[in-house]
Design a protein around this ligand. Structure first.
Ligand code: PLP
Length: 438
């Protein structure tokens, strides 16, 4: 299997090239060259098939030219020492919890697989690399944890001093070993600019073999398909009219689901759930794509006004609005509805949810209501698996505002709060950064 850029079909690259490049040189995003038919493999999984086995089988099926069976198993077993969990909430709605990884958010699946694949290739080639990344708080911790103690890889994370939450700061600065946190006297924009300048500095970039791990990486996209297929296997016997509801921002998560669908996972469709940053729902409804500045909401990991993965979605559906809107339905949820839903889930179901998960749950209910009323074409008695993207303990303030109580913190987050912060304070220029890493 080769991978091409969404902006240039003529220069396909290997998986290895694609993950060390991150973005294609023409600014496009990497996509599989053809839609593989994995129907037989996907059908062979049962509710007893372990997540790791599904991950390794799919990896091998897609990347066999670069990762043989043993290597595929090694990459997956090193990536995933955590699994998804599926919980029934209502008669027709189950929650697919994706927050049992090290940073308690679904991004752990993508970041861990990327880190593990990079480690595999670097070891084989006896090379070293440096991951350089800027974070405004949340996404950096998944990357830091994923690359922690990986051989042949150093990580440098820039974050804006005083502008990330105490928990986020602890998650970035307490690991040590191969993870270095640079606390920048400036804004997140400064951090991003410094990273960009470092990549453009040929001498520095070559010497440290700089590479990125950002969310559009193909190495983070592919593994996000694994948990859909695992959940599909879990739902055996209840798959007649099965939908996945995906709380979305940059639409990587949903894109991975659509890819799994294309490989032969025969779910009926998807529900794209967003907060009021509703550029993609608007496209699905009207066929017009109008990217705009993002608006701050309570489900802030989904505050995206120009979702990068839309380019990949267009590619999959061959630029056809009709085809896309047949498979993907849309729901848009406001902040006050999000808070009400967090409370309702706690009071009525005894279920603690983070704001992103609440958006997905309410969208699922709306969809079921519309299906019952016949205002959306969904067939008879749809079942929905809605994705839970973060542990409620990562969003204690919103949870408390909505319910008056505090959510249970997962053990790993409690532990991290007790550790000592170690960061290097730097100014906001490339020269300042080179002074400490170069
Ligand atoms: C990143 C993130 C999302 C959005 O995922 P996309 O792949 O960008 O659509 C949703 N919820 C949480 C908690 C996230 O961190």
């Amino acid at each position: 299997m080769k991978f091409y850029s969404t902006r240039d079909k003529n220069n396909a690259v290997t998986y290895k090239e694609a993950i060390f490049r991150g973005l294609a040189p023409d600014g496009g995003l990497y996509m599989p060259e053809e839609m593989s038919d994995l129907t037989g493999l996907i059908d062979s999984f049962s509710p007893d098939t372990p997540f790791n086995e599904i991950a390794a089988e799919i990896t091998h099926a897609l990347l066999s030219e670069e990762l043989d069976r043993v290597a595929s198993e090694r990459v997956c077993s090193r990536a995933f020492n955590f699994t998804p969990e599926l919980k029934n909430i209502d008669e027709n709605i189950s929650v697919l919890e994706l927050f049992h990884g090290p940073s308690c958010a679904f991004k752990d699946f993508g970041a861990s697989f990327l880190a593990s694949s990079m480690e595999e290739f670097l070891k084989t080639d006896s090379r070293k690399a440096t991951i350089l990344t800027a974070t405004s708080g949340d996404t950096g911790s998944a990357v830091a944890r994923a690359f922690y103690k990986k051989n042949n890889i150093d990580v440098v994370i820039l974050y804006p001093s005083g502008r990330v939450s105490p928990l986020q700061e602890k998650q970035l600065t307490t690991l040590g070993e191969n993870i270095r946190a640079l606390e920048v006297k400036g804004s997140f924009d400064d951090c991003q600019r410094m990273v960009k300048e470092a990549f453009m500095d040929r001498e520095l970039s070559d010497r440290l073999n700089l590479t990125s791990a950002n969310s559009i990486s193909l190495g983070r996209l592919i593994p996000q398909s694994f948990y859909y297929i695992w959940a599909w296997a879990q739902a055996k016997g209840q798959r007649d009219n099965l939908w996945f509801c995906v709380p979305s921002g940059n639409f990587g998560n949903l894109t991975a689901g659509i890819m799994a669908h294309g490989w032969g996972m025969k779910n009926k469709g998807f529900i794209a759930a967003t907060n009021i940053n509703d550029v993609v729902p608007e496209y699905l409804k009207k066929g017009e794509f109008n990217p705009r500045a993002s608006i701050l909401t309570l489900s802030n990991a989904m505050d995206v006004g120009n979702p990068s993965n839309f380019e990949r979605m267009l590619e999959i559906f061959e630029e056809s609005h009709e085809k896309m809107s047949e498979v993907i339905k849309e729901e848009v949820i406001t902040d006050s509805e999000t808070k009400d839903t967090i409370k309702l889930l706690l009071d009525g179901r005894n279920y603690e949810s983070d704001p992103h998960t609440a958006v997905g749950y309410l969208a699922s209910q709306r969809f079921l209501n519309k299906a019952a009323a016949g205002t959306v074409e969904a067939g008879k008695a749809p079942r929905i698996i809605t994705l839970s993207t973060a542990h409620p303990g990562k969003f204690t303030e919103v949870f408390e505002e909505a319910t008056g109580s505090r959510p249970e913190l997962p053990e790993s987050l409690k532990e991290v709060m007790k550790l000592r912060k170690v960061s290097t304070l730097v100014g906001n220029t490339l020269e300042d950064m080179k002074g400490v890493i170069g």
